[in-house]
Design a protein around this ligand. Structure first.
Ligand SMILES: *C/C=C(C)/C=C/C=C(C)/C=C/C1=C(C)CCCC1(C)C
Length: 246
């Protein structure tokens, strides 16, 4: 019976996670957390009126897409023992634009235009594609691609903190302004975790500072904070706005 089970494809995939394998551990826990968060967002979605329902749905899609990629990344790490760079960036290139959509959805009540959303999406794609080029293709010039990526990141931070998005949030006030502020902090502080992971995992002048850290552990912590935390802020704003109007 035991050999029969172990020969089934499903069980054959299981690899041992060593006690000191923090990358393997955070992939495993991250996968579970993303799944639990998705169930939470999807199941609570219908408690809200139309305006907020879409925002909660997008929160759930972000964690669900991540859960699927974490499933693959966990196995990839277990089987091959290398950073699953490809899956990582495919995940990001899907989920980060969705976070830009989230900004737009929240500010729509204040009259945000679609052009704001597309501008943020465009910048985030530039940020991620140049990051991928530095991490996977032109590794010897990782610092240069990281710098270009960082500039795109900086423009996003500027746009939401001080640009047109900020003006719209101030106009809307109340729970919209509060949620916008919180999401702005996620982008300024939470997203800043990623360039640290990048510097830990690529060669460059910064190796002496971050070289000893495990890139994937940093990315995994960043993802848990940013994807689940970001979604919870949106959820909190929906609850607050619904309570006020009830
Ligand atoms: C859910 C995934 C998220 C929120 C991923 C965010 C990723 C970043 C903000 C990545 C930024 C990078 C830089 C600013 C410079 C170095 C290269 C990157 C791509 C790691």
């Amino acid at each position: 019976m035991k050999t029969l089970l172990l020969n089934l494809p499903l069980f054959a995939e299981v690899t041992k996670i060593a006690n000191d394998d923090y990358v393997g551990f955070t992939f495993f826990v991250g996968c579970m957390a993303m799944m639990a968060a998705s169930a939470f967002f999807f199941l609570s979605m219908n408690n809200f009126d139309r305006k907020w329902k879409t925002s909660i749905l997008v929160s759930g899609l972000i964690t669900f897409i991540a859960a699927v990629h974490y499933w693959y990344m966990r196995d990839y790490w277990g089987a091959i023992g290398e950073s699953p760079t490809f899956f990582r960036y495919v995940d990001w290139v899907l989920t980060v634009p969705l976070m830009c959509v989230e900004f737009y959805l929240i500010l729509r009540v204040a009259g945000a235009k679609k052009s704001l959303m597309w501008r943020l999406i465009f910048l985030s794609v530039i940020m991620l594609v140049t990051g991928y080029l530095g991490e996977a293709v032109y590794i010897d010039q990782a610092w240069l691609w990281g710098l270009i990526s960082g500039i795109a990141y900086f423009i996003i931070v500027y746009d939401i903190w001080l640009g047109s998005a900020k003006k719209l949030a101030v106009q809307a006030g109340g729970s919209v302004l509060k949620a916008h502020k919180m999401l702005c902090w996620f982008v300024l502080v939470g997203w800043a975790i990623y360039p640290i992971g990048y510097m830990a995992g690529t060669p460059g002048w910064y190796e002496g500072i971050f070289g000893g850290l495990a890139m994937d552990v940093i990315y995994n912590i960043g993802d848990a904070i940013n994807k689940i935390g970001f979604g919870l802020v949106v959820y909190g704003a929906a609850v607050a706005s619904q309570e006020k109007s009830a």
